[in-house]
Design a protein around this ligand. Structure first.
Ligand SMILES: [Mg+2]
Length: 127
């Protein structure tokens, strides 16, 4: 049970270590940064495909039906972690720094966004 819990709750640092272990034991080595970028683009496209067919007007093709958003997002996360690991980026530090930047930059931007308020009011009225 404890092992199951450990698998569910992991830090970003642990995720980076898990991916690094997987690459070294199963993936052999990291692809070049350019190959990883191509892979990331491909995986983001797969997320777009699932979202388009789930929430947009497109219907699923037979071979797309098994594709799940969670798995495609995990593919994107895996690829981002690979890119961070192979370029020496600590994603925990990077995320803290990035959120601090966004908080400072966008402190009032979203709360003052009339279009966002109208969209939320519309959603509330539909409930
Ligand atoms: Mg994928």
């Amino acid at each position: 049970m404890k092992n199951q819990k450990q698998k569910e709750d992991i830090t970003i640092k642990q995720a980076q270590e898990m991916v690094d272990d997987w690459i070294k034991t199963t993936g052999v080595s990291y692809f070049s940064e350019l190959s990883q970028l191509a892979q990331l683009t491909e995986e983001v496209g797969e997320v777009a495909r699932v979202i388009s067919r789930t929430y947009g007007e497109q219907s699923f093709k037979k071979f797309d039906e098994a594709k799940k958003l969670a798995d495609e997002l995990a593919d994107v996360l895996f690829t981002v972690i690979c890119l961070a690991n192979s370029t020496g980026i600590d994603l925990t530090k990077a995320l803290h720094k990035n959120l601090a930047k966004k908080t400072k930059r966008d402190k009032k931007r979203h709360t003052n966004n009339v279009k966002l308020k109208m969209a939320n009011d519309q959603k509330d009225s539909e409930r």
